[in-house]
Design a protein. Structure first.
Length: 492
């Protein structure tokens, strides 16, 4: 396989991403903490030659998530699970999520380096700074901190972690039984980092990772998050909904990477994608409609229930009525459409003239209905208010169709330069993972877009990334250069 290569990651959502996916006949819904189940999914993705298997995480929870994604109500801890998976898989990358806001650089460097050793070079760290302020209450913090404060900490955090990974040179271990020399002390380096948020002496008490640096991932759209990603990440997750948005985002990230002195080709942008795929277009659309029919709508379809609270009173935790979603009703839909839908029957056709009054977001919802169902406002197969309400509820990039149609979507984004691949998610499991692997992956391989086998053993190999040189060793190799210990310790 030559030329630019498509990358595919798989994100583990125990019950799938569709709000009602767990209710679909035959769907898994009670195995989020079943190790055999997680291994099964990872092995399916590995057999299809995915680049990585990804564990998200969240440091707070609430039962209100039952209305949006049951997979995030309670999650298995990523590092423990990835370490277990490392012993039962051989090639697929293993992505773990960790939050610098609630971690220490030494601990994180040790965990990631150890996972890289256990997996023989397949570890990856997904950096998140955390949008849920409730996490502070779980970590003895007075406050979560604003975005700038969290990113200031994250910037320093990443620099320290990188320096810790490099604190042992690759050949620092001598292990000479005859002489009794076990290590070369000149190749083990203290950081003596004294920064704003962290003071870290070092060195790390783990040998340098097999990949040199485990692969770094990041997601975000803010200016600060883009800078962090362009400077430090190897893979960026994007939330682009259209090719135009994808082009703008990827172009901006590549320009920023260049400004940080990086080769933009060393950074892959992978939007998330939930494909609903079947042998035929008609069957895929029927699955989509069947899933939506299982969504629980608000009791008051005109205006919904109460907005979810920051956290319910202690004596009401777990009561559904205290977590009314407030979004699954015609009132919420009306706000997005810019058009009053509250007086309409859900199953009545949307009149053609209504679209003229829709907001741009409303017109996008109408377009999503057409792409997902084939039904159009005012068309021969008319879209209904129910269709628009479901499109409002089922958010995120989603493509519905046959293997060829899903492959067309992926190829169009890839060839346009709007993405370097996708982070694939399943609407429900396990059927939809099998459908993508059995139907779409072979089509992508037939088109020469995706690998038929792994060409290397590490995640860096899969992503086409070089192993980073150790700056201490690089400086020592040139006798005319004096190592800039302060810069190395700061991660520069």
């Amino acid at each position: 396989m030559t030329g630019r290569q498509l990358h595919l990651g798989y994100m583990y959502w125990a019950n799938g991403t569709h709000p009602a996916g767990w209710r679909y006949p035959g769907a898994e819904h009670a195995r989020a903490f079943d190790a055999d189940y997680i291994v099964e999914l990872a092995r399916i993705a590995e057999a299809a030659k995915f680049d990585f298997f990804f564990f998200g995480d969240r440091l707070a929870t609430g039962v209100e998530y039952e209305f949006t994604n049951t997979s995030v109500i309670a999650r298995i801890e990523p590092f423990t699970t990835a370490a277990y998976l490392a012993t039962l898989t051989s090639r697929i990358g293993l992505v773990v999520t960790a939050n610098p806001t609630y971690s220490e650089p030494f601990n994180l460097a040790r965990l990631t380096a150890s996972l890289d050793h256990i997996s023989h070079g397949r570890a990856s760290w997904n950096i998140v700074t955390g949008a849920d302020g409730r996490a502070a209450d779980n970590y003895s913090r007075d406050e979560h901190g604003d975005a700038n404060t969290r990113y200031d900490r994250a910037d320093e955090f990443v620099a320290v972690v990188r320096a810790l990974w490099d604190s042992w040179e690759d050949d620092a271990f001598i292990r000479d039984k005859e002489s009794g020399a076990f290590v070369d002390g000149t190749k083990v380096h203290r950081l003596d980092h004294d920064g704003t948020a962290f003071q870290v002496r070092g060195p790390l008490n783990v040998a340098r990772p097999p990949q040199g640096h485990p692969v770094i991932l990041h997601a975000g759209t803010s200016d600060r998050s883009r800078d962090l990603g362009a400077r430090d990440a190897d893979v960026l997750f994007a939330a682009a909904a259209t090719i135009e948005q994808g082009l703008a985002y990827r172009g901006d990230i590549r320009r920023r990477a260049l400004g940080f002195g990086r080769n933009p080709d060393d950074l892959a942008v992978l939007p998330g994608l939930t494909p609903i795929v079947a042998e035929t277009t008609e069957r895929a659309r029927r699955i989509y409609d069947e899933l939506n029919a299982l969504i629980t709508l608000d009791d008051d379809l005109r205006f919904g229930g109460r907005e979810p609270e920051h956290w319910a009173p202690a004596d009401t935790i777990g009561r559904r009525e205290d977590y009314g979603p407030g979004l699954r009703n015609l009132g919420a839909l009306s706000q997005r459409l810019g058009y009053d839908a509250t007086g309409h029957d859900l199953d009545h056709a949307v009149p053609a003239h209504a679209v003229d009054a829709f907001t741009p977001v409303g017109r996008q919802l109408a377009g999503a209905v057409e792409r997902r169902t084939g039904r159009t406002v005012g068309g021969e197969h008319p879209a209904t208010w129910r269709d628009l309400l479901y499109a409002h509820i089922v958010t995120g990039p989603l493509v519905v169709g046959s293997a060829a149609e899903v492959a067309d979507y992926i190829e169009e984004w890839f060839r346009a330069g709007a993405s370097d691949g996708f982070n694939i998610q399943s609407a429900f499991l396990v059927e939809q993972l099998h459908a993508f692997v059995d139907l779409v992956v072979p089509e992508l391989q037939r088109r020469g877009l995706f690998r038929s086998d792994y060409s290397g053993t590490t995640l860096r190999d899969h992503l086409g990334l070089d192993r980073p040189a150790n700056p201490w060793a690089t400086a020592a190799a040139d006798p005319t250069e004096t190592p800039d210990t302060a810069a190395i310790a700061a991660g520069a």
